[in-house]
Design a protein around this ligand. Structure first.
Ligand code: FAD
Length: 207
């Protein structure tokens, strides 16, 4: 599965979760935060303990905005089931325009191709794309898009807080998850700032 990328556009500081936690327990006297890379041993222990206890509302104060490019519309259908997040998805009206911009040689330019596909399946997908291109010339895009395969690539911006991201990673890094969303979950972990891994390390270790 090539050409799927996850970029972290921006994120809030871990400090937000520490302030939330320390406010709950009125324990700022134990706060040893220096900066984002040195949050302090007391604070590390506190965050880990609260996550282990399930007091995860404090990490809702930390959120991430990712730009996900090149994953399929089939993946998108699975991703949007995660309701506690915000989505801005490129309209197919614009993605379909790209079909007209030159000869379609390699279906991988427009579609996610599973490793299992042989030349035969790739040619079948190429046939669908050529049919789609003909339809885009003939109909408005809103009509032509009924020929879109699930494998068609898309692009979106995804904002999610750390608590909901934990739920996402727990479900989607699991071997039972579909391989494409699992790959995106791995890329999400890779895109996270190192100092934020404390919020996810129980899910990532051995995963
Ligand atoms: C391996 C796997 C297979 C799957 N197969 C299917 C399938 O065949 N068909 C299918 O339809 N889906 C399937 N799903 C999707 C799954 O059912 C969830 O919709 C998806 O994983 C989103 O999870 P979520 O609801 O926990 O996330 P979110 O929507 O982000 O919700 C986060 C959490 O908020 C709480 N919450 C949110 N909304 C409500 C609510 N209305 N009531 C109570 N609590 C709420 C829950 O605690 C929930 O865990 C599958 C998921 C996985 C991982």
């Amino acid at each position: 599965m090539k050409n799927i990328t996850v970029e972290l556009c921006s994120h809030s500081p871990v400090r937000n979760a520490i302030i939330g936690a320390r406010t709950c327990y009125k324990s700022f006297d134990r706060d040893d935060y220096a900066d984002e890379r040195n949050i302090g041993e007391n604070n590390r222990k506190l965050l880990k303990r609260l996550i282990a206890l399930g007091h995860e509302s404090v990490i809702e104060h930390v959120s991430y905005t990712f730009r996900i490019k090149g994953a399929s519309r089939g993946f998108l259908q699975q991703l949007v089931r995660h309701r506690i997040a915000s989505y801005s998805v490129q309209s197919t009206r614009y993605t379909l325009k790209k079909l007209l911009s030159g000869a379609i040689v390699d279906p991988a330019e427009f579609c996610v191709i599973p490793e299992e596909f042989t030349q035969k399946e790739r040619e079948a997908l190429l046939g669908i794309l050529l049919e789609l291109k003909r339809a885009v010339k003939k109909f408005p895009n809103d009509v032509a898009k009924y020929l879109l395969p699930e494998s068609f690539r898309t692009e979106l911006v995804w904002t999610i807080n750390a608590r909901s991201l934990r739920n996402f990673l727990k479900l989607r890094l699991h071997p039972a998850a579909h391989f494409e969303i699992r790959r995106v979950a791995e890329l999400v972990v890779e895109a996270l700032p190192e100092e934020h891994l404390i919020l996810f390390e129980d899910l990532v270790e051995g995963g």
